[in-house]
Design a protein around this ligand. Structure first.
Ligand code: PLP
Length: 394
């Protein structure tokens, strides 16, 4: 009898991967499936980045690198943060990690234990809650509301802080809603956090470069008053269409950096050396591909939102960031998960039910518009046909 620790009875996962597996299985059976479930750009990694990795391999970068990442890359991250946000970040506080997820894994491990409380957005990226519960800490959801434009409310967030709160996780632009929290609200949050100097903050800014309609992303790095307790999560996956490369970075406050380095040494040792050179080219090379990709997402965003709002009993807020739409389906008479499942099995469209992102996701489904406009239009047609036929059967 093997005695795996109890914590594994509490760990969760990402249902997006289960939906992907089911969609792939249906495709294997010959069904025509349009996948709007998965959260990754449908573009290839730009060629100059791929070439940089090949060159690194040819140049003999085959060994371990420092656990925290190669210095030129950490310097490039600092320079990129300076260029994008005009903030000073020492390369000594930057850590290269294998994907954005690893920063949240480390941060939650550092602060989670029985008796502790960690606040996280709901609906939000499912791994936050999963990891919090794995550590034995209490996962405290901060509701993210449609009537608030899917931005978080500073007041509501601050009201949930107790003497047991160790870590606050925020995410803007947000998955799964596409919500972007305005600067005024973030100002309020930071001001309020002055009253809670023992609470660390992890800001997941992995979609920072994907905002629309002139919306400006407000980085938490800009607030000096919290820099000594702020962890920034970012990476290459979304911005440079590099989800499979496993390239992310964190900025740590000085007192936490060594703990993060030790977690790296105790687990992955360092990130794949050639991928780090690819990451360096991504940050220092031309950015045209990023701008073109975001412009394309913007075009599709309009198609998705318009199409969703034409569906019977469906309404969709206009997402201001990321590449997801989060339509409200509560008036269709369906609950979200059965609807997502029926859309996949019967209409051949993969989406994710809102509750897979938390209890406050009921009444919504997530559609990723990281797919061609043609496929998006076909998917919308299929969803419409499905909803109309099913309402006639009722
Ligand atoms: N944070 C958010 C909000 C995400 O949506 C994702 C990926 O979907 C990640 C982090 C993780 O990114 P990565 O694939 O680099 O681990």
């Amino acid at each position: 009898m093997l005695h795996i620790i109890d914590a594994f009875s509490r760990i969760g996962e990402e249902n997006a991967f289960a939906v992907l597996a089911r969609a792939t299985e249906l495709q294997r059976q010959g069904k025509d499936i349009i996948n709007l479930g998965i959260g990754q750009p449908d573009f290839r990694t730009p060629e100059n980045i791929v070439e940089a990795a090949i060159k690194a391999l040819r140049d003999g970068h085959h060994g371990y690198t420092p656990a925290t990442g190669i210095l030129p890359l950490r310097e490039a991250v600092s320079a990129d943060l300076k260029k994008r946000f005009n903030v000073e970040v020492s390369p000594e506080l930057v850590m290269i990690v294998p994907g954005g997820k690893v920063t949240m894994f480390m941060a939650i491990l550092m602060f989670g234990e029985p008796g502790a409380e960690i606040l996280y957005p709901d609906p939000g990226f499912p791994i936050y809650r999963s990891m919090i519960e794995f550590t034995g800490a209490k996962a405290v959801p901060v509701p993210i509301r449609e009537e608030n434009g899917f931005a978080f409310s500073a007041e509501e967030t601050l009201a949930l802080i107790t003497p047991k709160t160790r870590l606050l996780i925020i995410n803007s632009p947000a998955n799964p809603t596409g919500g972007v929290t305005p600067k005024s609200e973030i100002d309020k949050l930071v001001k309020g956090l002055e009253r809670f100097p023992d609470v660390a903050i992890m800001s997941d800014e992995i979609y920072a470069q994907m905002t629309y309609d002139g919306e400006v992303h407000q980085t938490l790095l800009a607030y000096h008053e919290i820099r000594d307790r702020l962890i920034l999560l970012d990476g290459w996956s979304k911005t440079y269409a590099m989800t499979g490369w496993r390239m992310g970075y964190s900025v740590w406050p000085k007192p936490l950096y060594d703990a993060a380095r030790k977690l790296a040494v105790n687990s992955f040792s360092c990130v794949n050396a050639s991928a780090q050179y690819a990451g360096l080219e991504a940050l220092t090379g031309p950015q045209d591909a990023v701008h073109a990709m975001v412009a394309e997402f913007d075009r599709r965003r309009k198609v998705v939102v318009e199409g969703l709002n034409r569906l019977p009993n469906v309404s969709a807020a206009t997402p201001k960031g990321a590449f997801y739409a989060f339509p409200n389906i509560s008036k269709t008479g369906w609950r979200a998960k059965p609807l997502a499942s029926a859309l996949l099995e019967e209409a051949g469209v993969a989406t994710i039910g809102g509750p897979d992102f938390g209890v406050h996701g009921e009444g919504y489904i997530r559609l990723s518009y990281a797919n061609s406009t043609e496929n998006i239009l076909r998917a919308l047609e299929r969803i419409e046909k499905f909803l109309v036929e099913r309402s006639q059967q009722k």
